[in-house]
Each structure stands twice: as C-alpha cells, then as structure tokens.
Design a binder for this molecule. Structure first.
Ligand SMILES: NC(=O)c1ccc[n+]([C@@H]2O[C@H](COP(=O)([O-])OP(=O)(O)OC[C@H]3O[C@@H](n4cnc5c(N)ncnc54)[C@H](OP(=O)(O)O)[C@@H]3O)[C@@H](O)[C@H]2O)c1
Length: 290
C-alpha cells in the first residue's frame, strides 16, 4: 500500500445511500480528489445496495482520470437482500471461497477495471473458514485480479488467525475520537506488530460529533469548546486526532463537497502536540485520565 494516499476518499455516501451524485458530478469529484492528491478510493460491493461500484466505474470514464492514477479498495462478504441481490431472506455474511471469487469478478466488472488494489472482508463472520479465505486470496493474487488483502473490524485474534493463511496488509476499523476502543484493545497495536495499515472508517463518528441528541449534544459541546480553543473545525480536530497517531492511521473520509478534500489534505502538514492529543481524548471521554 506504498502508493496509497494518506487520506482515502470513502464513497459510501456518493450514490443511492447518500447524495445520489450524477455520473458527471461523481466524475468531477474523482478528478478533484486526484488533483488534490487523494488517489485512493474506498468501496464495498454493498454500497448503494450493490449499485455504487458500477456508478463509480461509469464516472471514471467521464473523469478523465486513468486507472493507473488511482487505487481501489473494495470489500465483500455482507449479503443484504435487495433488488440487486434477489433470492435471500435475511442479511448475513458469506466469506466462502466461492463467494469471494464470484464477488471479485462482479466488482471488477462494476468498477470497469482489471484489478483491485485491496480486497477486504467486510465483517468478521463468526463462522469464517480462514483456510478457505486464504486459498481464495492466493488464487486472486496469482491471477492478478487483486494485489493486496485486508479486513474490516477484525480483532487482534482474528488477524492472527487470518495471517496464518495469508499475510493481509490492512485492517479498516471504526476508530475515531468518538470511538476509542481500538486504541485500547490491541487492535491498532496488532497492525503495528504485523506491518499492517490501520484505517479508520467513519472518522467523524459517522456524523455523531454533530448529533443533536441530549447525549450527543453533551460531547459535541465539550469537543466544540476544545476545537474553538485551537481554532480547528470539529472535523479538522477529528482528523488530526487520527493523523497524529504513530501507527499511521489512514482516515477514510466522506467528501460530500470538493472543499472538504482540501481541508483534509492540508491537515497532513499540521502537527499537534502530545498534550493536545490527550486533550481531545479527555474531552471525548468526559473524564480525566487515571
Ligand atoms: N468498512 C466499513 O464497515 C465502513 C462503514 C462505514 C463507512 N466506511 C467507509 O468510511 C467512509 C467514511 O464514513 P462516513 O461517511 O460514515 O464518515 P464520517 O465522516 O465519519 O461521517 C460522515 C457524516 O458526517 C456528517 N457531517 C460531516 N460534517 C458535518 C457537519 N459539519 N455538520 C453535520 N454533519 C456533518 C456527514 O453529513 P453530510 O453528508 O451532510 O456532510 C455524514 O453524514 C465511507 O465512505 C466508507 O468508505 C466503511
């Protein structure tokens, strides 16, 4: 993942699960990202009920950006019954070799590409067969269809089990200033121990740092007060909290508008002190450290 950008553009909200961008708008967003140095895009087969990958593939043609200029992450393993996925009764996980291979072929077609840079297993299934997953990864690597493999929300033990059969190189987890657990339960440390890239999904807590509920408001007020002190916006503070981490956490950022891309890229040159990092942690937790 050496050529990947230090912030990644997440596309979960680009299609029918969010802003429903037209093809030309999506193409323009792709181009703006690349022009500002955000060259890595984060997909999953399921986004937009299995429609966003294809919309992105179409938008790539309009964007004027070449495949070699970007890196594509996509994921598989979650089955959600919907019009695009008929024949299923319930949402469930499928991490079988057959499903992984079929899903990759579908993603390649959707994204209009010959290779995927990183394929991730989108959730740890309680009945994962690691050996079978490893076999699928070896086949996909040998065929050139996928270059690297990763996981989503894998625990340290699940990473250890997976790496027995394939050296996965990334774990995308829900970690942010409002979701601190992976910083304390060994998830991020396991990435460091295995030279894996930790990635943060929903780096703004999926918007929860802005929520207007009673509980949300309490944390929002504390965080806003701290952000004001340092003249950061809340989203800048959330991203700085992740970017400062020595494990090299890569935030997967939701860009609804092009100005957000520049905001996040500019942060790559901003240093925060150790003490400031702990101020954010303490504001989020609402209590002093022991
Ligand atoms: N692997 C996984 O299981 C998984 C799960 C979720 C996400 N992801 C990845 O992570 C990426 C980012 O996730 P995310 O979209 O949840 O990220 P996020 O940045 O944590 O949350 C985005 C949400 O925050 C809201 N927000 C941002 N700025 C705001 C402001 N100033 N005031 C009020 N609301 C604001 C956005 O609303 P607006 O749209 O109105 O700006 C949007 O609803 C996704 O695109 C996807 O690639 C992965």
């Amino acid at each position: 993942m050496n050529n990947f950008s230090k912030v990644v553009a997440g596309v979960i909200r680009w299609g029918s699960w969010g802003t429903k961008m037209s093809s030309s708008k999506m193409g323009a967003m792709i181009r703006s990202c690349v022009e500002l140095g955000v060259t890595t895009f984060d997909h999953a087969d399921i986004y937009g009920n299995y429609t966003t990958e294809r919309e992105f593939g179409d938008a790539m043609i309009l964007s004027g950006v070449s495949r070699e200029e970007i890196q594509l992450i996509t994921k598989c393993g979650i089955i959600k019954p919907c019009a695009e996925k008929p024949g299923f009764q319930i949402s469930h996980y499928n991490t079988s070799k057959r499903h992984i291979l079929e899903s990759v072929d579908q993603s390649l077609e959707n994204l209009n590409t010959e290779y995927i840079d990183v394929l991730m297993i989108n959730r740890p299934s309680p009945i994962m067969n690691y050996e079978e997953m490893g076999e699928a990864f070896h086949l996909l690597k040998e065929s050139g269809k996928v270059r690297e493999f990763g996981a989503v929300n894998f625990s340290p033990e699940q990473i250890r089990a997976m790496r027995k059969f394939y050296p996965i190189s990334s774990n995308q987890v829900e970690v942010s200033m409002t979701h601190l657990t992976p910083l304390f339960d060994g998830t991020i440390d396991t990435c460091v121990a295995n030279d894996m890239i930790p990635m943060s999904w929903s780096p703004l807590g999926g918007g929860s740092i802005y929520t207007n509920t009673k509980a949300g408001k309490k944390i929002e007020l504390r965080l806003q007060k701290l952000a004001d002190k340092y003249e950061w916006t809340l989203s800048e503070m959330a991203l700085l909290f992740l970017l400062h981490h020595p494990a090299g956490i890569v935030p997967v950022v939701n860009y609804a508008k092009p100005d957000k891309i520049k905001e996040s890229v500019d942060l790559l040159d901003v240093e925060i002190s150790n003490e400031q990092w702990f101020e954010i942690l303490i504001s989020s937790q609402g209590e002093e450290l022991p």
